[in-house]
Design a binder for this molecule. Structure first.
Ligand code: NAD
Ligand code: MN
Length: 353
């Protein structure tokens, strides 16, 4: 029997609630499969760790988890610690340390979910956004000098490398090719940003030559927001920079019904390091500690983890159960307009497995 070693990092806020729920669902799935099991190890990194140790995770944190098969992550973000400290001290340290350069974010309208777009059926909205996850606007390059003085200067420099752009665009073309419609939209802003984004466009043209069977087009990021709302069915796979895809994927999640449903995978396609799976939402300060979080985003992230681990049957089974649960509106949490608690949704998924 194959045993998968999983690092669980709940982090902060509702991350501490939804990650144990995900763990319980994976345990139930493994028990039923009889073919594989999981060995979970949980790491209490995040805001509480910061208060106790002055850092979000230990300096050798990545060494402690580098031999795991995958990471299940909750959220980094604490109401009493500045967001740039929590994000850079934990999530980005893992993403960048493990070179998880492709952030894959599928969006679909699941059964039973009331999505806000008029004239949009579930068949019209089936997207995957690939977000560049290692450089660009979030490279961390920049600085502040003369803080607090009138002559203060601050910069955030977007760093785009040929290697970094090429590999993520190639990953997106390959993903587009693996989907039925074989269609990719490259999001850009090369009208206003006339250096790095122009290189981004040129590299897209170069890479596209290796994918003659993939139909592709280019869209400016601002126009892309309108296209997502007005013509969802013209979109299939999307690739965008770190910042652009960050924004577009929250829009995608909202258009599909709720931020609480959307999953994501931070993938190191070379498989040198473990990849990390997480719901796209944050710590949700307004509902944390109340047992009201929607755990579906975490469960769908577990589906992506199973696919990555090479367990497609188990992944399909869990996704089918998730869809049967969303189809039952009495199992909708507050973000979907329902009254169900996280525990009720989790227990329903486990029972149906
Ligand atoms: P958020 O995703 O935490 O919350 C936005 C809104 O969506 C809130 O009203 C929240 O209640 C609701 N929501 C989110 N997930 C939900 C769920 N599973 N079920 C039901 N409702 C849900 O975003 P925010 O308020 O911008 O950020 C809060 C904190 O989280 C900040 O510190 C931010 O930096 C952090 N954050 C972390 C990550 C991450 O670690 N990946 C991602 C986004 C935000
Ligand atoms: Mn985001």
């Amino acid at each position: 029997m194959k045993t998968y070693k999983i690092a669980c990092i709940p982090g902060d806020g509702i991350g501490k609630e939804v990650v144990p729920a995900g763990e319980a669902v994976l345990r139930a799935l493994a028990a039923k499969s009889g073919k594989f099991n999981f060995e979970f190890e949980s790491f209490g990194w995040g805001g509480d760790w910061y208060r106790a140790h002055g850092e979000m995770m230990p300096k050798n944190g990545n060494d402690l988890i580098k031999d795991k098969d995958a990471i299940l992550f909750g959220s980094a973000g604490d109401p009493h610690i500045p967001d740039h400290i929590t994000l850079w001290g934990l999530r980005l340290k893992i993403c960048q340390g493990f070179d998880q350069y492709a952030n894959v974010r599928p969006t679909r309208i699941l059964p039973g979910i009331d999505a806000p777009l008029k004239r949009c059926t579930p068949a019209d909205l089936d997207w995957v956004i690939v977000r560049e996850n290692s450089e660009g606007e979030y490279a961390g390059v920049g600085g502040r000098v003369h803080q607090g003085h009138a002559i203060e200067v601050a910069t955030d420099v977007s760093m785009m490398t040929r290697v970094g752009v090429e590999r993520v665009i190639r990953y997106a073309f390959e993903l587009a090719r693996s989907r039925p419609r074989k269609q990719l939209t490259v999001v850009t802003k090369s009208n206003a940003q006339r250096h790095a984004m122009v290189m981004w466009d040129e590299i897209a043209v170069e890479v596209s030559k290796d994918f003659p069977d993939v139909k592709w087009d280019k869209e400016l990021v601002d126009a892309m927001t309108a296209r997502m709302v007005n013509k969802p069915r013209t979109i299939d796979t999307v690739v965008a920079t770190n910042l652009h895809a960050d924004v577009l994927s929250d829009l995608a999640a909202a258009l599909a019904g709720s931020l609480g449903i959307a999953p994501t995978a931070n993938i190191d396609p070379s498989r040198r390091f473990p990849s990390m799976f997480e719901p796209i939402h944050g710590s949700a300060f307004d509902i944390m500690g109340k047992g009201l979080a929607n755990p579906i985003g975490t469960f769908w992230s577990c589906v992506m983890m199973l696919e990555h681990l090479g367990e497609p049957e188990a992944a399909k089974k869990l996704m089918a159960v998730i869809e049967s649960v969303t189809a039952d509106t009495s199992l909708h949490t507050g973000d979907l307009g329902g009254k169900a608690t996280m525990d009720q949704v989790t227990q329903a998924v486990i029972a149906r497995l």
